[in-house]
Write a protein that binds this ligand. Structure first.
Ligand code: DAH
Length: 347
């Protein structure tokens, strides 16, 4: 029996040393120490021993069990530590690896120019207001003195939402004049930038969606001189003291008299051609049209409940993309909407 116990011990210790994972250890524990285990089987034979032998063997058996248990614990701890070590190694994060570079963007060039323009007008006392892009035809046209049947109301130019042509994507920011005048009493001094929509083919100076900045000043004794003063101030602040501009007489249904303002083309410097070719930026004109303007038509004032005998006003609507093209020397309007980072990063 002594030899049996010695053998069990020897095998047990070798097997425990070889166990590779906690599951193998548990299997060994049951096999060695469990109710149907090897040690229990030996102990069951104790009854056959003599009275002198029994305590000696009992002691030996206990010693063997204790040794196996100690070894089991030892291996359990070792395997646990090894598993932890392996997990840590697998999940290791090298905090010294350089991070992924995050490139910071910046404001879109067109918005930079919008910000400059807003700053200039705010400095002259204008209030910046916002309005709907989906507009009623009565605001976009009728109350601006643009009668039914006027060519600009044509379905080939305007995006309508319904069959009776009463709701549309605003074709201009001018409806903001009506909204301002019906909401406030004079004096009124507002700037209304925003998107406008027209069924235009895109080319170097056109796009079906573009931005306008509407201005409206209504008060007592407002004159064309005030209009010119505001616009010349803007142009000099944006394009420099010797910026070349011109006013041309024009017609708009909602202003009388009306004019347009052009700026000398920044690409061909007014020549209309570059290297013997027609200038693609101004289509050979030498000038780029920036805005329409004029004195608010008395009918429009009346449409908004303002007495044209007492009050007068001026209004203007400028193309923001065109302003940005001149300011940043961009030759093709489509670049502003493409959002190619190689383009955007230049500003
Ligand atoms: N709304 C006009 C357009 O889109 C531009 C314009 C002309 C606006 C004269 C005005 C103005 O305020 O007085 O062509």
């Amino acid at each position: 029996m002594k030899q049996q116990l010695e053998e069990i011990k020897l095998h047990a210790l070798t097997a425990l040393d070889a166990a590779a994972d906690p599951a193998a250890l548990e299997e060994l524990r049951v096999k060695l120490l469990g109710k149907k285990g090897e040690l229990t089987a030996v102990l069951k034979q104790m009854g056959k021993l003599s009275a002198e032998e029994r305590p000696v063997m009992g002691q030996l058996a206990n010693a063997v069990r204790a040794e196996i248990e100690t070894k089991l614990e030892e291996r359990k701890t070792a395997l646990h530590a090894a598993a932890l070590e392996a997990k840590l190694a697998a999940e290791a994060i090298d905090v010294t690896i350089p991070g992924d570079e995050v490139t910071m963007g910046h404001q879109h060039p067109m918005n930079m120019v919008l910000q400059e323009i807003k700053d200039i007008f705010v400095g002259m006392g204008y209030q910046v207001v916002d309005g709907p892009e989906i507009e009623l035809a009565s605001y976009n046209f009728t109350r601006l003195n643009i009668e039914e049947g006027h060519p600009s109301r044509d379905r080939s130019d305007t995006f309508y939402f319904n069959d009776d042509d009463s709701v549309l994507l605003r074709t201009q920011t001018s409806p903001m004049q009506i909204r301002a005048m019906e909401n406030t009493k004079p004096p009124i001094c507002i700037l209304a930038p925003g998107r406008v929509f027209r069924k235009d083919e895109a080319d170097a100076t056109h796009s079906p969606m573009f931005h306008q900045i509407e201005g409206l000043v209504v008060g007592e004794d407002i004159t064309m001189g005030d209009l010119k003063g505001a616009l010349v101030t803007l142009m000099k602040r944006i394009y420099g003291q010797d910026a070349l501009m011109r006013f041309r007489p024009h017609h708009f249904p909602f202003t009388e008299p009306s004019c347009e303002m052009d700026m000398q083309c920044h690409k061909c410097h007014g020549k209309g051609e570059v290297d013997g070719q027609v200038c693609s930026t101004c289509h050979g004109e030498g000038w780029i049209e920036l805005l329409g303007a004029g004195m608010v038509h008395p009918v429009v004032l009346e449409n908004c409940g303002i007495d044209p005998e007492k009050y007068s006003g001026f209004a203007f609507g400028m193309g923001l993309e065109r302003m940005a093209m001149g300011r940043l020397r961009i030759n093709d309007l489509r670049l502003i909407f493409d959002n190619d980072v190689r383009f955007l990063n230049q500003f």
